[in-house]
Write a protein that binds this ligand. Structure first.
Ligand SMILES: Nc1ncnc2c1ncn2[C@@H]1O[C@H](COP(=O)(O)OP(=O)(O)OP(=O)(O)O)[C@@H](O)[C@H]1O
Ligand SMILES: [Mg+2]
Length: 510
């Protein structure tokens, strides 16, 4: 290239750099200027991604899209990889005679067999001491001194491009980070199972959901523990519906509701004439549940005699009907539930220890509502929608006063009590708004809120805030900045709260 042309090329490139407003489109015309004024057949600008240590073609001239995509190098791989690694330019006079040239893009396939000699020049693009990427060119039929000239020219151009390529690198890295994060979040969403009918997003409920997901697919006996109204029956149903037995029967038995005289025949059925009034043979619940699930609710209320009979079914999966001789074999998955302190009952001899161990294979504990106050609003919305539909009402919101009362209350009757509260409020409200005075008196009195969480509005708010912050930190795996962003607060506020509640974000890393 003559000196005049060389100057012209540099002039044009500096104009492009000065005038272009869009950093995206800037590099392509620069490669074109070089190729228009020289025997350069192909040119490329590559970028190092410092996170993945991979080098990619950022902009190319004379490559097909496929070839461009193939242009990925590790540090030290091929000439490009070596130039980035060492920061030194490389010039190969004839690529057909040099094994360092690996032709990864495949662009030189035909040319390797052609008459002409192809030289390859790769120069580093540096920002300070760091190599950001390379400027590469394949030239046709260069003599030695021409090759040296182009090496020099590309080096000058590379230094002119450094600033802009550095910006591209940062944008590209940020973009790839976002793409990777997005992929990870999507995957997490796919993996995380959330039951449709069990409302809750608190950390304790998320943990429960993952246990439900784990145990559903097995035939393991499950015992669901939790205070009255926490949703034990809901969880039992969810396990069955997620199990391989979901198309088979789900039979519920409330052990507390059956009197001692009929419970055995309810469980195991009876033969005709087994007792007065047994006019025909009848199947019991265990037989009806064959190949499905039986849900033994309030199992803590079983008499010692029935506990013994149940133990046998659990161990052998067989029984006889009342008044019958034939042994009936069944295949039944057992889910039990209780709100009693079974351990205490075992200790005082009211519940058989052997039965307790048989049942306690996979215990699930549903936390009381007062320990997951962050779920209250979600549940309220759910129940408002439910009772709006049922009663053709159109409640649109809850006043902040009502929300305060709902958040302060300690909910001894748990979700059932909340549901009843909302159902009543929906019915008595006549202005499409739930006000504080629509809530039952128990929520209004000071005594109702004498728990440690709700002795005052401030402590209720504190406990909710603590829960929200630890939840957010859990979701961000201890990343304070991301947790703050998700909660819509500044990092500074996040820092203050973490201090206030003595939270250790590192604990959430795993
Ligand atoms: N997480 C929840 N999401 C939606 N509804 C819920 C939830 N938890 C409970 N409920 C509702 O609250 C009511 C009580 O739930 P459930 O009958 O399952 O409680 P339980 O633990 O079996 O209570 P008990 O010990 O008194 O029998 C039901 O109407 C149920 O649908
Ligand atoms: Mg129940």
């Amino acid at each position: 290239m003559e000196q005049a042309v060389e100057l012209q090329v540099l002039q044009e490139i500096s104009t492009i750099l000065d005038e272009s407003e869009d950093i995206k489109g800037i590099l392509t015309p620069i490669l074109k200027v070089i190729s228009d004024n020289s025997p350069m057949l192909r040119g490329a600008i590559t970028l190092l991604n410092r996170d993945t240590k991979e080098i990619l073609i950022e902009t190319a001239h004379g490559f097909t899209d496929t070839q461009k995509k193939k242009g990925r190098y590790h540090l030290g791989e091929g000439i490009t990889g070596n130039v980035v690694k060492s920061g030194q330019s490389v010039m190969i006079p004839d690529i057909s005679k040099d094994s360092r040239y690996i032709n990864k893009t495949g662009a030189e396939d035909e040319l390797l067999n052609s008459e002409s000699t192809i030289s390859f020049i790769s120069v580093p693009i540096k920002s300070g001491k760091d190599v950001v990427g390379t400027l590469n060119g394949s030239f046709e039929n260069l003599d030695e001194s021409e090759a040296q000239n182009y090496l020099k020219l590309l080096s000058i151009i590379a230094s002119m491009l450094a600033r802009i390529v550095k910006i591209r690198q940062e944008l590209r890295e940020e973009n790839e980070r976002l793409v990777a994060e997005n992929r990870r979040l999507k995957q997490e969403l796919d993996e995380r199972y959330t039951p449709e009918r069990i409302i809750g997003r608190s950390q304790v409920m998320e943990q429960l959901f993952s246990l439900i997901a784990q145990v559903s697919k097995s035939d393991a006996t499950v015992i669901i523990r939790g205070e009255s109204g926490t949703g034990k029956e809901l969880v039992a149903q969810e396990i069955h519906d997620n199990s391989l037995r979901k198309k088979m029967p789900f039979i519920k038995v409330n052990c507390a509701a059956l009197s001692e005289s009929i419970i055995e025949s309810e469980f195991f059925g009876h033969e005709k004439g087994a007792f007065t009034g047994a006019f025909a043979a009848r199947k019991g619940r265990f037989e009806l549940a064959d190949r499905g699930t039986i849900f033994l609710d309030e199992i803590g209320e079983l008499s010692p005699q029935m506990q013994g009979k149940l133990l046998r079914v659990l161990q052998e999966q067989e029984f006889e009907r009342v008044g019958g001789m034939k042994t009936i074999k069944v295949n039944v998955r057992i889910i039990a539930a209780t709100n009693r302190d079974l351990e205490k009952d075992v200790a005082r001899g009211a519940f058989r220890e052997d039965l307790y161990y048989r049942l306690n294979v996979f215990p699930l504990h549903i936390p009381p509502l007062r320990e997951r106050k962050s779920d209250i609003m979600l549940l309220c919305d759910h129940f408002i929608e439910k009772y709006n539909k049922k009663n053709r009402c159109a409640i649109k919101r809850i006043t902040s006063n009502a929300i305060d009362l709902l958040m302060m209350y300690h909910w001894p009757g748990n979700v059932r009590e909340l549901e009843n509260c909302i159902e009543r409020a929906v019915l008595i409200s006549n202005d499409e708004v739930v006000h504080g005075y629509h809530l039952p008196p128990s929520l209004q009195s000071a005594e109702s809120s004498n728990t440690k969480f709700s002795s005052s509005l401030q402590s209720a708010i504190d406990s909710l805030e603590y829960e929200l912050i630890s939840d957010a930190l859990k979701n961000s795996r201890g990343n304070k900045a991301r947790a703050a962003r998700n909660l819509g607060i500044s990092e500074r506020i996040m820092g203050l709260r973490i201090e206030k509640y003595h939270i250790e974000p590192d604990r959430y890393k795993h």
